[in-house]
Each structure stands twice: as structure tokens, then as C-alpha cells.
Design a protein. Structure first.
Length: 305
């Protein structure tokens, strides 16, 4: 029986910048007769690189709507509201009420919000519109118990924006589109929200909502890179004699990973192929984001910020 060795060494491009991609919380070296060599480091300072875009250009995006979206959607339709309607959780109910207020162009707020239920009322002086949802099923689900669905105020929102159009609300509107097409840009988000709801949102809010959607769909980089140790150990468990090395910089950023894979049989174990594929995808994501951040920094320096 022949032993096969596969060497895998991945190193991101050098840079003086500290990446905001978190690394695994240990560096380890595992061999057939060695024990874990854990190198601790200080608490990670996760650097969040904010994208500063010119939000004043968001209105220009609205004026240049193209034909990439489906015009058959009835933008004036209002979500159905009736006594007995149930919601999976508190967040779903709040998002549903925001949909109604945005569609009807009025504002409302929660006058009661506790473990037993939630009450929303219109913010106008008339205050005829009111809905109460009580907690059911141990407090996880909510059901509309009372409803005054007569709304006589004129709304009064003339700015084109809406206070209930939060980042989380925008994320809920676009998450299925992001799931189908992860290259969906913040510009598309701005135009889509305007076309569907006739409200303006800033580019920065669209960008943050898109990032929230991507994180919910794919998981965060923190979770992904924190799993590197487990991936390395799984490779070693399924292929005795293999070794895995991972280096973390003084700034607690992932620098490189090296895998010496000893195969006792051929073809390669399908589980090992899967683990290697995950490692490669993580590295590619790191390199692409690293290049993007360098480009953003270059643009910022180029315009004198």
C-alpha cells in the first residue's frame, strides 16, 4: 500500500492593512504523534470597515429606474389584516405592521410591548387605527385579538422616506432576491424599494440591509473562520498522519494555512474533498474582500479624504 501526500499552502496577498476577516481563535499543529500546540492571543479587535457612499446620489438612482424589475407587481396592494391572523414571532408581527404603515403612508408606534402582547396605534391625533396581538403558544407566536382598521388620517408623510423603513425592514424585503442573486447591488436595492413601496432609502441603508441579508443566508465571516480549527481536525481524523498548520498575525488576523495530507488510500475520501473545498472557498472570499478593501482605500485616498 502506497502513501500519498498532498501539500496545500494558502497565503493571502501581503498588505500593511489589518483585515477585518476574523481568524480561528487558535493556531494548531497536529501530527501522527504530536499534541495540540495552542498559541493564545489577546481578544480580537474586530475592525469594521464602513463603506462611505454619497447618499445624495440615491435620488439619482430613483430617477434612472430601468426595466430590470417586474412591473406587474401591484405596488399599491396592502397586506391583509384580520382578527385571528397569526405570526411566527414578535419580529414577524412588527415587520407586518411596518408593511401596512408604509403601504398606507402613515406612522404608528407600539403603546404596549411586553410578554403578553403588542399594541400598535396610529400616531395621528385621531388615533382610530389600532391593532392588538396577543402572545400564544408559550409566547413564541402572536395572534391578532382586536382590530380597529378604520384609518381616517391623511398620513402626512411627504418627504418620500418613512421612519419605519429601517435597515431590518429593508433586509426582509430583499432577502429572497439576495438569495436568488447574491450579486444584487445596493443600487438595485434602492431602486427596488422605491418601485415596490414608493419610498426613498439612502444608499448606506441599502448596503447595510444587503450585508444583513448575506450574513443571514451565508453566515458571518466570524463563524466561518472560527470553524477552521474544526475543519483541520476533521481532515486529520479521517486521514491519520496528516498535519495542519495555521498562522495568525500579531493583529489577530488570519495569515496562512498549510495542510500536509497523508492519504492511506486513493481516491481521496469524499468528506476530505468537502472539507478542502470549504477551506478554499473561505480563502477565496478572504482574498476578494481584501482586494475590495484595498480598492476602496485607494479611492478614498485618491479623492483627498
Amino acid at each position: 500500500m502506497h502513501n500519498h501526500r498532498i501539500l496545500i499552502s494558502v497565503t493571502p496577498p501581503p498588505s500593511k492593512n489589518v483585515s477585518n476577516i476574523p481568524a480561528c481563535n487558535v493556531t494548531f499543529n497536529v501530527g501522527p504523534s504530536s499534541s495540540h500546540q495552542v498559541i493564545p492571543f489577546t481578544e480580537e479587535e474586530h475592525i469594521v470597515d464602513d463603506v462611505n457612499n454619497d447618499d445624495e446620489n440615491s435620488d439619482d438612482l430613483i430617477e434612472n429606474l430601468d426595466d430590470e424589475f417586474d412591473d406587474s407587481v401591484d405596488s399599491l396592494s396592502t397586506p391583509e389584516l384580520f382578527i385571528g391572523k397569526q405570526f411566527e414571532n414578535r419580529s414577524k408581527f412588527r415587520s407586518f405592521i411596518s408593511d401596512i404603515a408604509i403601504r398606507r403612508n402613515f406612522t404608528c408606534s407600539a403603546t404596549l410591548n411586553n410578554a403578553t402582547g403588542i399594541i400598535y396605534k396610529c400616531n395621528s391625533s385621531n388615533r382610530h387605527w389600532r391593532v392588538y396581538a396577543k402572545a400564544i403558544g408559550g409566547g413564541e407566536r402572536f395572534s391578532i385579538a382586536t382590530l380597529e382598521n378604520i384609518h381616517s388620517c391623511l398620513g402626512g408623510l411627504t418627504t418620500g422616506s418613512h421612519p419605519l423603513a429601517t435597515t431590518v425592514w429593508v433586509k426582509n424585503q430583499i432577502i429572497e432576491k439576495i438569495r436568488d442573486n447574491q450579486s444584487y447591488s445596493p443600487s438595485h436595492v434602492v431602486k427596488y424599494i422605491f418601485r415596490e413601496h414608493r419610498i426613498h432609502i439612502k444608499y448606506c441603508k441599502a448596503w447595510k440591509a444587503r450585508e444583513l441579508a448575506l450574513s443571514e443566508i451565508n453566515g458571518s465571516y466570524i463563524d466561518a473562520y472560527s470553524s477552521l480549527e474544526e475543519y483541520g481536525l476533521r481532515i486529520i481524523e479521517t486521514n491519520p498522519g496528516s498535519q495542519c498548520f495555521m498562522k495568525i498575525t500579531e493583529n489577530n488576523s488570519f495569515e496562512r494555512i498549510f495542510i500536509l495530507l497523508m492519504l492511506l488510500f486513493f481516491p481521496l475520501n469524499i468528506e476530505v474533498f468537502y472539507l478542502l473545498l470549504v477551506l478554499m472557498i473561505l480563502t477565496i472570499n478572504y482574498i476578494l474582500l481584501h482586494m475590495l478593501l484595498l480598492r476602496v482605500k485607494t479611492l478614498i485616498l485618491g479623492i483627498g479624504f
